[in-house]
Design a protein around this ligand. Structure first.
Ligand code: GAR
Length: 210
């Protein structure tokens, strides 16, 4: 049984999507823990309700970024994960932390990377006049919102979109591609060569949600 540890800071809808797909498809894996830098993250309460181990580590209680990263790594390692899944984890992680989990830490970002790393992706996509937006699942590297791209979901930007309406459309697509990407990783179906990732079973890595 493969072990998944999820890091989140908020709502946790991507965690829910992964837990749900894991159950529906009877993956030989389970989410063993949800960890957060925020004790009040809704996703943490949801996970606890599912019987998933949870832990909050307040970054403000640590003297430095390195001290927080070390505490977080210790909490993660206690669960012996095969994969670490960042699902709306809104803390920048230090290089040492990222290197520790190199090749087994995934993130989802609500834009078509390398466009719009960082915050306010939906507002920026609308303001830039983009006709499409989307989400990207990628391996985590020390550079923020960067790293080998596993899968991307594309959605249209509509003329009357607000950042909120676009975010809703992108989020629905996230819930589709993130569980898929996690499963591929656990099944050993991802081959990484530099920044390029190949799904070795031939599954499509780009999805359009019109
Ligand atoms: C998602 O839209 C995810 O792509 C984004 O945070 C949201 C979390 O939602 N992540 C980032 O912006 C990371 N840079 P959730 O808590 O409902 O899964």
């Amino acid at each position: 049984m493969k072990r998944i540890v999820v890091l989140l800071s908020g709502r946790g809808s991507n965690l829910e999507a992964i837990v749900q797909r894991c159950a529906e498809e009877a993956w030989p894996a389970r989410v063993v823990a949800a960890l957060s830098n925020r004790a009040d993250a809704a996703g943490l309460a949801w996970a606890a309700g599912q019987g998933i181990a949870t832990q909050a580590l307040d970054h403000r209680a640590h003297a430095s970024r390195d001290a927080f990263d070390a505490a977080l790594a210790a909490a993660i390692d206690a669960h012996r994960p095969d994969v670490i899944v960042l699902a709306g984890f809104m803390r920048i992680l230090g290089d040492e932390f990222v290197r520790r989990y190199a090749g087994r830490m995934l993130n989802i970002h609500p834009s078509l990377l390398p466009a719009f790393p960082g915050l306010h992706t939906h507002r920026r996509a609308i303001e830039a006049g983009c006709q499409v937006a989307g989400a990207t699942v990628h391996f985590v590297t020390p550079e923020l919102d960067h790293g080998p791209i596993v899968a991307q979901a594309v959605v249209p930007v509509k003329a009357d979109d607000t950042p909120e309406s676009l975010a809703d459309r992108v989020l629905a697509a996230e819930h589709s591609i993130y569980p898929l990407a996690v499963r591929w990783f656990l099944d050993g179906e991802l081959h990484v060569a530099g920044l390029r990732v190949v799904q070795t079973a031939g599954a499509p890595q780009s999805y359009f949600f019109p």
